[in-house]
Design a protein around this ligand. Structure first.
Ligand SMILES: [Ca+2]
Ligand SMILES: [Ca+2]
Ligand SMILES: [Ca+2]
Ligand SMILES: [Ca+2]
Length: 400
């Protein structure tokens, strides 16, 4: 979620829809793929007047984040110019750039456009990579980890600040710069944090006032020295957010070097151990070739990575789907031990009856038993219909 203020707008030019009027009623524009994402549906009856040619203000409509904010713009396009303006759209236009799509009322895409954006260095490279909001005990050992994901560029940290539910400003901090790849921590209570994690972890400072990380979810807003939004999102303690509440685990951002959108719960997982890993990393990264099978056990290197087995030692697969009945409902179940910190692959249980079309539909996680070093043994179930024919089940890993 990256924005540069409220005066954001999209401009659409409608051409070829009649002589002098176009009606984009109930059309929808949305964006995806970036870290912003906006949605807006034109109200029924929206008319774009115009008899002019493309390149003038005729035939145009501006979709603003806020119509009032658009009117107060000091540079064109702005209020007082007899422009067609509507809004406001939901969400933010990302400073990193993204793609906007315009759909008609049948859902057919009628236009698309992309922009590259102009992110500041902090918007480009400063990531919130770990959040410990419920450390257990007296709850004081909370922390937020920041990381410079650039491989070449240092980030000055003076006046970088959080200003939503948690408040903090790096001005006056002993950490005035983050080297490429470096991490730093801000904490709720320094003594409580040091008691758990020791004195070697680089701490930039303590949350301002009495601000803290709510156990029930919280909004975080990180801004760069000029006040541009670097990250703005809210974590939560309920699904689909990872189970990091109440057991002392933290939220860990996966694949931080790709600057994933922190507003999406799929980009986070629970730390593999209670306490988290401030200023360190608990991910097991993939190296090698996905399709390799060096130990000739029929399991590819990527699958072995996801399962936590070695592609250097023949492994038994040990997948045994079972059928059963529960309160008159037939089901099929499978139990698999896999690696929760295999961040470079996604995992899904899928089934098929024709060995052609595989689907994860209907599969739900029944039990999850943590093992050591990030292993977890999960049991997945899918209800079936009595008389179902053959059902094939697989554990599917997709390399990222
Ligand atoms: Ca808390
Ligand atoms: Ca960490
Ligand atoms: Ca193998
Ligand atoms: Ca193996």
């Amino acid at each position: 979620m990256i924005s540069s203020g409220l005066s954001l707008f999209c401009r659409f030019i409608f051409v070829g829809f009649g002589c002098n009027k176009s009606s984009p009623s109930t059309w929808t524009t949305f964006s995806d793929g970036g870290q912003g994402g906006v949605t807006f549906t034109f109200e029924p009856g929206t008319i774009v007047n115009g008899t002019g040619t493309v390149g003038t203000n005729a035939n145009r409509i501006y979709v603003a984040a806020s119509r009032n904010a658009f009117k107060t713009r000091t540079v064109a396009p702005k209020g007082g110019q007899s422009l067609n303006v509507t809004g406001g759209f939901q969400g933010h236009l990302s400073n990193l750039g993204e793609t906007l799509n315009l759909l008609d009322d049948t859902g057919t895409q009628r236009a698309t456009t992309s922009y590259t954006g102009s992110p500041t260095p902090h918007q480009h490279y400063l990531a919130i990579t770990e959040i410990m909001y419920n450390p257990g005990g007296d709850g004081l050992a909370e922390f937020i980890e920041l990381r410079n994901i650039s491989t070449t560029e240092a980030l000055g940290m003076a006046n970088v600040h959080f200003n939503a539910d948690v408040e903090f400003n790096f001005t006056g901090s002993p950490i005035i710069s983050l080297a490429p790849g470096a991490r730093c921590i801000i904490v709720r209570d320094l003594a409580a944090f040091r008691a758990v994690h020791g004195d070697a972890v680089p701490v930039a400072g303590v949350f301002a006032g009495t601000t803290a990380l709510a156990n029930g979810g919280e909004g975080l807003k990180l801004e760069d020295p000029q006040g541009n939004t670097v990250k703005e999102f809210a974590y939560d303690d309920i699904a689909p957010w990872p189970p990091a509440d109440g057991n002392g685990a933290s939220l860990v951002l996966m694949r931080p070097e790709t600057n994933p959108d922190p507003a999406l719960p799929k980009n986070w997982r629970a730390s593999i151990s209670p306490g988290g890993n401030p200023a360190a990393d608990d991910a097991r990264r993939f190296t090698g070739v996905h399709g390799a099978d060096d130990d000739h056990d029929g399991l590819s290197a990527l699958v072995e990575y996801g399962l936590g087995t070695s592609d250097g030692t023949p492994s038994g697969l040990g997948l045994h789907p079972v059928r059963g009945m529960d309160a008159g409902q037939p089901f099929i179940e499978i139990t698999v031990t896999r690696q929760t910190n295999a961040d470079d692959a996604t995992f899904a249980v899928q089934s098929t009856s024709d060995l052609n079309t595989w689907s994860g539909n209907g599969w739900t996680l029944r039990t999850s038993v943590p093992g050591s070093d990030g292993a977890v043994t999960e049991t997945w179930r899918r209800n079936t219909v009595s008389g179902d024919g053959r059902v094939f089940v697989r554990c599917h890993f997709t390399g990222l």
